[in-house]
Design a protein. Sequence first.
Lengths: 315, 314
Amino acid sequence: MTQSDSVDIRKPAAAPPGKDAGKDAGKEAGPIEPVSRTRAVVRRFRSNRSAVIGALLLLAIIVVTAAAPLIAPYGPAQVDISDRLSGPTAEHWLGTDTLGRDTLTRLMHGGRVSLAAAALAVVIATGIGLPLGLISGYFGGVVDWLLDRAADILMAFPAIILTIAIIAMVGPGLTTAMVSLGIVYAPRMYRVVRGSTLEVRREVYIEASTSIGTPHLTILRKRVLPNIMPAALVQLSFLLASALLAEVTVSLLGLGALPPTASWGSMLGQAFLEMRTNPSLAVYPGIAIAIATLCFNLIGDGLRDAFGRETRKAS
Amino acid sequence: MLRFLCVRLLAMVPLLVIVSFLIYSLIALVPGGPEVALAGSNPTPERIAAIREQLGLDEPFLVQYWNWFTDVLHGDLGTSFVDSQSVWSAIAHGFPVTLSLVGLTLLIAAVLGLALGLAAGLRPGSWVDRVSTVTASAFMALPYFWVGMMLVLVFAIQMRTLPAVGYVNFTDSPLDWLGHLILPAFSLATVPTAVVARQTRAAVTSVMQEDYIRTAVAKGLHPRRVAVKHVLKNAAVPVVTAFGVEANRLIGATVVIEQLFALPGVGKLAYFSVFSRDFPMVQGILLITAVLIMLVNLAVDLSYGYFNPKVKMS
């Protein structure tokens, strides 16, 4: 509510959701509608309290985990047998594990591994699913039919079981796990993008662009892509939540991040092994995972609401 | 209805052929081939050759696949590399355990999710609604295996009221069966419960705005009674939808939960097979779960027509 309308008039070329649309705005007289839409979406997202809290919290988690080597009080593999299994103390805020390693430090370093792994899987899923979804929804025909069947086939497997089956064949490792997961998740991005593209495809402005001879690639990039971004972004945040959980699952089973590498999953896996003797070890990694997942879900819900009301108003 | 079922079942056939081919092809991902993975450390070339011979790996790949596929069609999923057990009987052995676990999970999710969703949807904006919504969000975010570990911690280790591990057949002792399954089922039920609660809440709030509710209220009926009557009739659809969406995830989650609670189901078998690189077992489990998921999706689609005759079968 802080932006006045005059700002919108002075700067009609604010970036629509597509990341490269802003710099092209001067060359071609694009529709002004996406400009105000982006702002409206941002404004609505900002007025959604839980979504903002989720976004800020996630930002904090990313900063803290990314800066772990600089700000963590100890080394992630720094063993101190004399101070093992200490409860929370002034030196070790969250206590230490069986080898006397600082839990807070390992959580910070583990978050780096877990979040990066989740991001890798989602980047791969988006890298495959988004372009194929665009092609499928825009061109239709045989290509669409084939791609859609391929998605059917991949969707027929439980994601985790297919991922660990691939690991069984290739061998364990976090990168293997996340690349497989990225492929397994690709249809989920593909389906959303394809559905959204099918809708955009029917819009009058696409027909107009086609009729004046704009090349398909340009239409896809400048007209379709910015308009399917809302759906893709919402799906992206939910996929991140799923991928994080999958990283934890795979590492918990000892098929992903392998000791001594700390990841939230491998920490939980270690805690599980010592469940009977040191049950408290499981508490903190679980809370960390839950908070990060909650952030992704809150942001996803917030984005969906922010975009959703807009699409309803537009239609 | 029958025609719809036949068409859908027929459509599954080509899908199954491709799925089975993909599953069989996974073995090509094994570095050096399965014979090297099987031969142990420092194998002699003769040993590798013998294993290749034994597994029929000298045949062209398509022939290998065809042999495997025709065996599968005859109900033979191959034998385990580890203990020479038939893959089919190993899966059949674990199946009742996993089915019990998933069934109980869905039951808990349905009851708890409906209750939460109904309570929230009848009075949107009230504190009941807020508590229900927050509970659903928390259930959505809590990692199910962590919930499982915490439940073990509280009920099995601290209070010692429920067993943490193991399984008892329903036919041996229904009470012990329930006792062994209740903690794992509760930990698996968190996300499906949240999904059902959200779907139900949305359904209830939209029903509450319908004209026939206004009419019924105008006639002097209590609006809540009307809503409950109409909603309970319509509630099956969101619940079934949620189950369909969750089936895929749930089957994957059994791998971890069965490991955590030492339940001898298909999930634990999958985990063990992955670790021991028991390729035929991994392939068999993948094929069975893929078929299962296809059937669940079909059942969900069919149930739409059953619960809501307005949905056309096309």
